[in-house]
Design a protein around this ligand. Structure first.
Ligand SMILES: *[C@@H]1O[C@H](CO)[C@@H](O)[C@H](O)[C@H]1NC(C)=O
Ligand SMILES: *[C@@H]1O[C@H](CO)[C@@H](O)[C@H](O)[C@H]1NC(C)=O
Ligand SMILES: *[C@@H]1O[C@H](CO)[C@@H](O)[C@H](O)[C@H]1NC(C)=O
Ligand SMILES: *[C@@H]1O[C@H](CO)[C@@H](O)[C@H](O)[C@H]1NC(C)=O
Length: 301
């Protein structure tokens, strides 16, 4: 299996087009002429209503920093930054979290009424995104942050999590300060005690961290691809077993967990410092159909 997909990957390697080499399932790259208001107006393939603080708008919560173009953004695309503030309290009730997350969709206005709504979470798909830290809106790495994940349709679990910071748990004993500034991919969190780190790398500054996740929804496996800046993605190891069932929505943004011990509901309890101005920069968000073994490693010249 591994060698077969490797051959197919090699076959796609030298291609350098202005378009992706594999069939796109979702294209969530930000057009250069778009703004946060474009998301509010439902003009882009993101949910216009979720997930952001009560009474917040995307015009308020998205920034467009001047940074080099990410690996999979084309000349008509740009990076976007998702920010959180003290106002980022989802539904006005989740006071334990600070969260602003874009929910990629297949098309503007796409929603659960689409009969193909589960396409993005069926078969074999590779979900891509590039991530860059913003030291002006720096995170507090004493907290755990989710940066991108899939949340099941019944909201009972996240099937994978790309995150950073100090893992929430029994005080700071779970993660040392030295490893808090790590970018990691974690397994299904249906049982927080058994959630595992599948892959990690130092979360260096002024660097695009390009992550591709091949999600096999039939075999329930995840394979991680990664590169920095403009280097082509490379496989970070074989596909590993991870329950991906439950469909749901992809998230891209910031979910900041609280700190604290002995919490019974982290959505409403724990400590969050006030006066925050934190952000994370993203680019090149898309999903491609990898059922034929096709994974874009470096598709844009
Ligand atoms: C950006 O430009 C394209 C092409 O002219 C246009 O179709 C689209 O509506 C524009 N988007 C926004 C958000 O202005
Ligand atoms: C970072 O988070 C820790 C843990 O919640 C908190 O004690 C600390 O005050 C925070 N730092 C800043 C600069 O807000
Ligand atoms: C952290 O570990 C130390 C040493 O094992 C222990 O004394 C302390 O109670 C632990 N703290 C928490 C918050 O779990
Ligand atoms: C999509 O997935 C959800 C959640 O697993 C399920 O309830 C629903 O029936 C599925 N829809 C289709 C059209 O298969």
């Amino acid at each position: 299996m591994a060698s077969r997909s490797f051959i197919k990957l090699l076959a796609f390697l030298p291609i350098s087009f202005a378009e992706a080499t594999c069939p796109l399932t979702m294209d969530n790259r930000f057009p250069i002429n778009s703004t946060g208001a474009s998301v509010d107006a439902g003009l882009l393939p993101f949910n216009s209503k979720y997930d952001l603080g009560e009474d917040q708008t995307w015009a308020q919560d998205l920034q467009f920093p001047s940074v080099p173009r990410s690996l999979f953004d084309g000349s008509d695309d740009k990076a976007f930054e998702v920010t959180i503030s003290d106002e980022s309290i989802f539904q006005g009730t989740q006071t334990g979290f600070r969260r602003t997350e874009l929910l990629p969709q297949r098309a503007p206005g796409d929603a659960s009424t689409d009969p193909l709504v589960n396409t993005t979470t069926s078969g074999v798909q590779t979900f891509h995104l590039s991530i860059m830290r913003d030291e002006i809106r720096s995170l507090n790495y004493s907290h755990e942050y989710y940066l991108s994940w899939l949340e099941s349709a019944d909201f009972s679990r996240d099937q994978f999590v790309v995150g950073t910071g100090t893992l929430f748990g029994n005080g700071d004993n779970v993660t040392t300060t030295q490893v808090a500034q790590t970018l990691y991919v974690r397994s299904n969190n249906v049982n927080a005690d058994s959630q595992k780190t599948l892959w990690q790398t130092p979360f260096t500054t002024e660097t695009w961290h390009n992550v591709g996740l091949t999600l096999d929804f039939t075999r329930n496996t995840v394979q991680v691809f990664y590169s920095k800046n403009s280097a082509p993605l490379t496989s970070q190891g074989p596909a590993v077993s991870n329950d991906l069932s439950g469909h749901g929505s992809f998230h891209v943004g910031l979910l900041k967990k609280p700190t604290g011990l002995g919490l019974t509901d982290i959505t409403t309890q724990g400590f969050q410092e006030s006066g925050i101005n934190e952000g994370m920069i993203f680019g090149g968000v898309f999903e491609e159909d990898s059922s034929s073994g096709c994974v874009s490693l470096s598709s844009f010249g």
